[in-house]
Design a protein around this ligand. Structure first.
Ligand code: HEM
Ligand SMILES: Cc1cc2nc3c(=O)[nH]c(=O)nc-3n(C[C@H](O)[C@H](O)[C@H](O)COP(=O)(O)O)c2cc1C
Length: 440
């Protein structure tokens, strides 16, 4: 049924909320309270065209999954739709840019910080805040990076290194670098191809990707975007307040062909990401809608804070896939994780986004090396989050591949300096640490 503008605009509140998405008009009144992203973001588009907002985080196939058929009220012509278009939100507009609007050529970007600068200029202010922010005073976020500056390497000379092999394996899956794509939610905010572009780039460059529980593309779409059918994808899991949803996430990942489940446990409550909260408060204030929360709080509102170590037993019984626990932040918990029989542990403070002042993963690694050397001598690989989102911004798959190329060059260069031809030749003596820094 064709609808007119007048038939839609009146449904602009909590009692009756219609939105137009790609020319189809839906009654989402009943859905508002169960929307995992919160009612506010949909109410902001009530009685209007929600296509742009919807597309920025979701893929079209989500509509038929999430809404009953009865929600579809009819269709609206594109000419009418233009009149429905939301007025631009001034707070959420892009950051001021330089006179030249086109992004710099990829070859002119020579390190990961270059990608971060470009992303800062090109992303919407709210997206930049969600991606880049750390918790509270961002001490942990800064210390995560600073910790690396406190460690020196001991170069070895005259070793004649003709070739370097940067290959290693994560859970038995080969990776061309000791680096993987850490799970990051809502990649579509950076680029329309979102997590699919990350999958394509990972496959072509031989890296492994961990897909976030709150990803903007479905796992089926991501699987279809792989470079080859053998390319592994791991599914990250947050335990949902409604445990049935977590069971469904695991089952869906199994059906889609995921190769492991990574359960994230470092965010029983969400960290206070001040930049994210401030900006979203400003956006909702200009919209005259209810209190703003920040994307992070919205995204995390469904995570269960009421889980303990038994959750690993539950997960083991639920699936035969390998289980990795993400978010270990001290040696005691590394030992407990080992005792609970997981296949891998990720030392992480969530990129400094959960508890501020939480120690850096590098420090946790040193702690384990000192107090539980039987567990691990060093890490197998490093997961990066933000750098992948930043290189995706504006450039899509090509940007991600360029970023990986830079990492590859940097790793190879440093292997020559250390005098090793393969990663298994790296030893603790090449990377001493001062106990005064570690404090242990
Ligand atoms: C009106 C149609 C919409 C439907 C049917 C819908 C459906 C959904 C569903 C099913 C999820 C959970 C996804 C998952 O767990 O994988 C979700 C999450 C979310 N939605 Fe929507 N949504 C709609 C509109 C919007 C709009 C307009 C926005 C505004 C930007 C939005 C923002 C979000 C956010 C931030 C999340 C949280 C993602 C996460 O858990 O990481 N949604 N939505
Ligand atoms: C925007 C963003 C979203 C994230 N979403 C998730 C997530 O959904 N699940 C998860 O386990 N970790 C998530 N993380 C944490 C990352 O997986 C990773 O631990 C962290 O970002 C690493 O730090 P880096 O971003 O400085 O590389 C997210 C991080 C960022 C920056």
């Amino acid at each position: 049924m064709k609808l007119t503008l007048q038939q839609i605009t009146g449904h602009n509140n909590q009692e009756s909320c219609w939105v137009a998405i790609h020319g189809a008009v839906y009654d989402v009144t009943e859905f508002l309270d169960s929307h995992p992203g919160g009612a506010t973001v949909i109410l902001r588009c009530a009685g209007k065209d929600a296509t742009e907002d919807f597309d920025s985080v979701h893929s079209p196939e989500l509509l038929s999954e999430a809404l009953p058929e009865t929600a579809l009220q009819g269709y609206i012509d594109s000419a009418e739709l233009d009149k429905l278009k939301d007025t631009p939100n001034t707070v959420n507009e892009k950051q001021p840019k330089s006179v030249d609007d086109s992004p710099p050529s990829l070859q002119s970007l020579i390190n990961l910080q270059d990608f971060e600068k470009v992303a800062h200029q090109s992303l919407r202010a709210t997206t930049w805040a969600y991606y880049s922010s750390g918790a509270d005073d961002e001490l942990s976020k800064r210390n995560n990076a600073l910790a690396y500056q406190k460690i020196s390497l001991r170069p070895r000379i005259l070793r004649n290194i003709p070739t370097m092999n940067t290959t290693t394996a994560i859970l038995g899956y080969s990776t061309s670098l000791p680096v993987y794509i850490s799970p990051v939610g809502l990649a579509k905010l950076a680029h329309s191809e979102g997590e699919c572009a990350l999958a394509a780039a990972a496959g072509k460059e031989g890296l492994v990707q961990v897909l976030a529980n709150g990803s903007s593309m479905t796992i089926e779409q991501v699987m279809r975007s792989r470079a080859s059918p053998n390319q592994p994808i791991f599914q990250q899991l947050y335990v949902n307040k409604d445990i049935r949803k977590s069971i469904e996430t695991v089952r869906r990942a199994e059906r889609a062909g995921a190769s492991a489940i990574w359960i994230t446990v470092d965010s029983p409550v969400v960290g206070k990401r001040e930049m994210d909260e401030r900006l979203n408060l400003a956006v909702t204030a200009t919209d005259h809608t209810e209190e703003g929360k920040g994307v992070a709080k919205i995204v995390a509102s469904s995570i269960s804070p009421f889980i303990d170590w038994e959750i690993l037993t539950w997960l083991r019984q639920l699936t035969d896939l390998p289980v990795v626990i993400k978010g270990i932040q001290c040696v005691e918990d590394a030992v407990l994780a080992y005792q609970h029989g997981v296949q891998g542990i990720v030392l992480s403070n969530h990129g400094g986004r959960s508890q501020d002042t939480a120690q850096s993963p590098l420090l946790t690694l040193l702690e384990i090396r000192k107090f539980a050397p039987h567990l691990i001598e060093g890490a197998t690989a490093v997961g990066l989050g933000r750098p992948f989102l930043f290189s995706l911004s504006g450039y899509g798959e090509k940007g991600v591949r360029r970023m990986i190329e830079i990492l590859r060059q940097e790793i190879e260069t440093n292997m020559v300096f250390l005098g090793v031809t393969s990663l298994d030749q790296l030893t603790p003596e090449m990377c001493p640490y001062k106990t005064s820094f570690a404090g242990i």
